[in-house]
Design a protein around this ligand. Structure first.
Ligand code: PXL
Length: 271
């Protein structure tokens, strides 16, 4: 399938566009990018990172593609640093998706109860709008709380998860995939909700957590959905992949900025 991903390029740090492209390609998809910004690194754990905003370039790229009659089977969005970009993204959805194409939104803007450094509350409003028009949204718990006004909690009983899922679904999307769900301190995973059915996949939690795992998770979800894999297997694949990537990284103290997901891809090829 032909996938357009709209998110930033963090030049160093294993997140957003630099992880989405190899993963989408690995699972057989053709890729195109509409970069929202170029940063020297991602914004968590690095100081004094540089940012080049690309908002003004977006409409020119989109208009060229419309002129060329270019179309995509899926548009997959991630980190967006400037509120002016949401309108351009919705234009992409209207003009560049094939009929029946999928609009998948990872509202990548927050984690561990906090917004990422430098993001304003206007980003939350924009992400809400994207979510209202999405076929799938893939928020983590923190993003789910910011999108719906629920309080952030570290562990998540069934009542809390169900309320978040319902409030997220009520934004107007067709499917919610909520990540980072922790029923207790030993397990972590994801729950999908389509307005009727809840599909769970929880795994034994690794001690450490890393930046960029949400982007890897979403890229696998997008890849598997486009390949027609069923939801339960898709969730299991994405959760196990992240756990495995963390396991490959934990012993290397010099590697704290992201996970060694490439080694998991290599194992999938070899096995
Ligand atoms: O991994 C999400 C992400 C994407 N892009 C940028 C980020 C982050 C998280 O820190 O800073 C620029």
């Amino acid at each position: 399938m032909k996938v357009l991903t709209i998110q930033d390029i963090s030049c160093y740090g294993q997140c957003s566009t630099t992880v989405a492209l190899p993963i989408l390609s690995h699972y057989g998809h053709e890729t195109a990018i509409l970069p929202s910004a170029i940063l020297s690194t991602h914004t968590c754990g690095f100081k004094d990172f540089t940012v080049l905003d690309l908002t003004d370039e977006m409409p020119k790229i989109i208009d060229h593609w419309i002129h060329e009659r270019i179309k995509f089977d899926c548009i997959y969005t991630g980190y967006i640093g400037d509120k002016r970009q949401f309108g351009y993204i919705l234009k992409c959805k209207e003009e560049l998706l094939v009929p029946g194409g999928l609009f998948i939104v990872d509202p990548a803007m927050a984690d561990n109860g906090k917004m990422y450094p430098g993001l304003s509350t206007e980003i939350i409003f924009g992400m809400r709008k994207l979510c209202s028009k999405a076929d799938y949204i893939i928020p983590n718990i923190t993003e789910g709380c910011f999108l719906t006004g629920n309080d952030y909690k570290e562990t998540h009983d069934t009542e809390y998860v169900n309320k978040l899922l319902k409030d997220l679904f009520d934004l107007g999307c067709k499917n919610v995939i909520l990540t980072g769900v922790q029923e207790d301190s030993d397990t972590i995973g994801a729950v999908a909700y389509d307005g009727i059915t809840r599909t769970y996949n929880l795994e034994v939690k690794e001690e450490k957590s890393y930046h960029g795992t949400g982007d890897i998770f979403s890229s696998i979800i997008v890849s598997d959905i486009l390949n027609g894999k069923n939801l339960k297997d898709t969730l299991r694949h994405a959760c196990k992949f992240i756990i495995e990537a963390i396991r490959k990284t934990v012993d290397d103290d010099t590697h704290s900025y992201g996970v060694k997901y490439e080694e998991v891809l290599r194992d999938e090829i070899n096995n």
